[in-house]
Design a protein. Structure first.
Lengths: 113, 114
């Protein structure tokens, strides 16, 4: 069964600190893995997209890693800011079919001053 | 570029009422989709379309209808609202999902059925 699991469910960190969010998946055949940021009351916004051949991709203070062998990804946030408070959703795309996006339940990050 | 425009942002319905959630995109994307987001669950696909005139069911299609008469518009119709349809609804558009391009989401519609 194609599944995407994220951990932790929620996380509270101090402003300026770093954190790492995890995503494990069983989606096959794999096409790409996406990380989205969803602010409260808004739609998800794409942070990164990684294909099978990419191990790491950065977008400012956000760095995503992918290990396609172990089917794991992480999103590392450096020097957190209050505006990083949001839900972060891992989405894995399968290589076949039109109905092929599998969503994790997200990690709720709260950055406190 | 407006991206994906969803209306309304909030809606309260009585059980049994019908309504249409509007979604429009201006990026000439072939693929459009509707999701619902409930607490503690990932986004679940309701219906999707790979082009004008073509629609298909997703994971949770019951109680919803869609049509795709143009590339730009993809409305979602609730035929007879039920409390179980209380949720936040998102419309998204992209090039075909098998391509490694991002999906763009609308702002969401928070629907409450009483």
């Amino acid at each position: 069964k194609n599944q995407v699991e994220q951990s932790p469910q929620s996380l509270i960190i101090l402003e300026g600190k770093n954190c790492t969010l995890q995503c494990n998946y069983t989606v096959s055949p794999f096409s790409n893995l996406r990380w989205y940021k969803q602010d409260t009351g808004r739609g998800p916004v794409s942070l990164t997209i990684m294909t099978f051949s990419e191990n790491t991709k950065s977008n400012g203070r956000y760095t995503a890693t992918l290990d396609a062998d172990t089917k794991q990804s992480s999103l590392h946030i450096t020097a957190s800011q209050l505006s990083d408070s949001a839900s972060y959703i891992c989405v894995v795309s399968a290589r076949t079919g039109a109905n092929n996006l599998f969503f994790g339940t997200g990690t709720r990050l709260t950055v406190i001053p | 570029n407006a991206g994906v425009t969803q209306t309304p942002k909030f809606q309260v319905l009585k059980t049994g009422q019908s309504m249409t959630l509007q979604c429009a995109q201006d990026m000439n994307h072939e693929y459009m989709s509707w999701y619902r987001q409930d607490p503690g669950m990932g986004l679940r696909l309701i219906h999707y379309s790979v082009g004008a005139g073509i629609t298909d069911q997703g994971e949770v299609p019951n109680g919803y209808n869609v049509s795709r008469s143009t590339t730009e518009d993809f409305p979602l119709r609730l035929l007879s609202a039920a409390p179980s349809q209380t949720s936040v609804y998102f419309c998204a558009s992209s090039y075909m999902p098998t391509m490694n391009t991002e999906a763009f989401f609308g702002q969401g519609t928070r629907l409450t059925v009483v």
